[in-house]
Design a protein around this ligand. Structure first.
Ligand code: GLN
Length: 306
């Protein structure tokens, strides 16, 4: 059996329905006003597979901000443009058992950001994007992804306004701590750059196509960079839940506070999902449920139960 041949559209539809039900146990984030107002029942999925078939459910035209899922692609870009050595002079590879925006942890680590999948690490890497100001830096990453990912990310200015309207004291403090420890220059530009790249919006197809950059890297250099990104998605991509999800499901996965989530099943497929209600760690409840069911369905050999 070729793994994705086991999945039928009817079966996917059943898991989507159940995912929608599960999502009712989750909460919308309240600290970004506009994210608190979305339809919690929205549930959109796209699966692109290496054997060829693709699957989808829900409103394919819907756009949503990718939020922290961008952290994977910021890391990918910086690894390819600057190399491993320079990137890992600014950020570590150590998992974290603290919330994604923990200031206490950054302080207790002497200002050294643990990994690129939490806010402090992604902010440190956003500080390495090229360009004279935040707009240029965000547009640089956006164009790069649209070119190589064959997708159409755009900056969602309404969400950005919403993010700016509710100043995020935690992220501001992370920036100051990073700057004081010497891991960040230009704190103001960098915080705005980070906010902007989190507000890049995608359709579910765009998100799945970004996944292909990690699933099917085009050459050995990309292969190595994407290997590193997937390792960090596996160990750090779901914050405090990362270890538990690795044991239970076992595929590199990254979530964002909008309810976006992206999983890579190495050599087999990319699963993109958008379902806004979150668990207490800030991961899409319906999204993680759906990914678990998909991995069970294809019986992914590396983490096969039997
Ligand atoms: N922009 C959001 C923040 O910094 C992204 C966080 C997330 O998606 N977990 O709070």
């Amino acid at each position: 059996l070729k793994p994705f041949d086991r999945l039928t559209q009817a079966e996917l539809n059943i898991w989507v329905k159940e995912g929608q039900q599960r999502s009712q146990l989750g909460q919308l984030p309240s600290y970004i006003p506009q994210l608190a107002q979305v339809n919690p029942q929205e549930f959109v999925v796209k699966i692109l597979t290496i054997p060829g078939p693709s699957y989808q459910a829900g409103n394919e035209a819907l756009r949503f901000p990718v939020m922290s899922v961008i952290k994977c692609f910021l890391l990918l870009n910086r690894l390819l443009e600057l190399g491993e050595e320079r990137v890992f002079q600014r950020v570590g590879v150590q998992p974290s058992d603290q919330p994604f925006n923990s200031l206490e942890q950054l302080e207790s680590d002497g200002g050294w950001p643990r990994n690129p999948m939490i806010n402090s690490g992604a902010i440190a890497l956003a500080g390495l994007l090229p360009g004279k100001d935040a707009d240029t830096r965000c547009q640089y990453l956006c164009s790069w992804l649209n070119q190589f990912g064959d997708c159409q990310l755009v900056l969602d200015r309404d969400i950005l306004e919403s993010v700016r309207s509710a100043p995020n004291a935690k992220n501001q403090a992370l920036v100051s701590t990073l700057a004081a420890a010497g891991y960040l220059e230009y704190p103001e530009i960098t915080l705005d750059t980070y906010n902007q790249i989190c507000c890049l919006s995608a359709t579910i197809s765009d998100l799945a196509k970004l996944g292909l950059l990690l699933l099917k890297p085009p050459n050995p250099q990309w292969q190595n960079a994407s290997r590193i990104v997937k390792a960090l998605m596996m160990t750090c991509g779901l914050y405090e839940t990362s270890g538990q999800f690795a044991v239970k499901v076992g595929v590199p996965t990254k979530s964002g506070v909008s309810g976006a989530v992206l999983s890579i099943i190495p050599d087999l497929g990319a699963i993109a999902c958008y379902s806004p209600p979150l668990d207490s760690q800030g991961n899409s409840m319906g999204g993680l449920f759906l990914i678990e069911k998909m991995v069970e369905t294809v019986n992914y050999p590396h983490f096969s139960r039997s």
